[in-house]
Design a binder for this molecule. Structure first.
Ligand code: FES
Length: 286
């Protein structure tokens, strides 16, 4: 099943690439003017993507609506479908904020996911309109439309799951880091003032930056999508990722601006016997 669906998307959904690129252009332009809103929708304030949490609302509400329709509780079913539609709109906004930074395969999957969900939203809105009508004869069509919308949501959720679990969209790039408090020798001896320096601590790439006597160090791979922080820039005590502009506090790796929602692992650096050593710092406290 999984292989069949991913092959279907990879080989058949050729329409999704140009549509995804077009969507990315206008959604980026909107978020460019409303940057703080994008951070809220991404979940920077929560320390976790908001989209997966919000999507539980339409799935749960539409499920309840279907069951209540079957049981003959018409008013309660109508209310549940209306709640589902509201949840779908909130899911669309949070999903757009997450998907707009994707390229290549994740962008195609996100476009297929969003297109299916848009179709479901239209079906559920039409169902709501018919439910509001006083003509009793339209009730079966209204129920059928919400069932079609529900089926679409289930299919769209499958593609959304593939986007997260199969392609790693919005997954913390450091989720599997072991951490540890051992000092490790770095392969550089000097960090000149005003320059980002890439260094290896064993097999872990770090980016170093001198602030007066202190040398700040963060993991060089961006928690959002793996961008090279050593190719970024330093602004207001933060390092800015060159790929999508996330900002992390140099002092402790705290995420200050999205789309990253996870903190960047920070390292403490010391001079020992003429060489530089680094060890992982604990995660920043709230
Ligand atoms: S990779 Fe996206 S902000 Fe760094």
């Amino acid at each position: 099943m999984h292989r069949r669906v991913t092959r279907l998307i990879d080989e058949q959904a050729r329409w999704a690439r140009p549509l995804g690129e077009w969507n990315q252009r206008w959604v980026s332009a909107v978020f460019e003017r409303t940057r703080p809103l994008k951070d809220v929708l991404n979940g920077v304030w929560l320390g976790h993507p908001v989209h997966p949490a919000v999507t539980d609302v339409p799935v749960g509400a539409l499920t309840a609506g279907i069951v209540l329709d079957a049981a003959g509780f018409e008013r309660a079913a109508d209310l549940a479908i209306a709640t589902g539609v509201a949840g779908m709109l909130a899911s669309a906004a949070t999903g757009a904020a997450d998907a707009v930074d994707g390229y290549g395969r994740p962008q195609v999957q996100a476009t297929v996911h969003a297109s299916i969900m848009a179709g479901s939203l239209v079906a559920c809105l039409a169902s709501l309109g018919l439910r509001a009508s006083s003509r009793r004869g339209l009730r079966p069509l209204a129920v059928a439309l919400s069932l079609a919308g529900y089926a679409g949501v289930a299919a769209g959720a499958y593609v959304g799951g593939e986007l997260t679990y199969g392609s790693g969209n919005m997954v913390d790039r450091h989720a599997w880091d072991a951490g540890g408090s051992r000092w490790r020798a770095l392969d550089v001896d000097e960090v000149p003032e005003g320059t980002l320096v890439r260094a290896m601590a064993g097999s872990t790439p770090l980016v170093l930056y001198r602030e007066g006597d202190a040398i700040r160090a963060l993991d060089a791979i961006c928690a959002h999508a793996g961008g090279p922080l050593d190719e970024g820039a330093v602004e207001d005590g933060c390092i800015r990722c060159p790929w999508h502009g996330s900002r992390f506090l140099l002092a402790d790796g705290r995420v200050m601006r999205g789309p990253a929602v996870y903190d960047q692992p920070a390292w403490e650096v010391r001079q020992a016997e003429g060489r530089l050593e680094a060890r992982r710092m604990p995660a920043p406290a709230d």
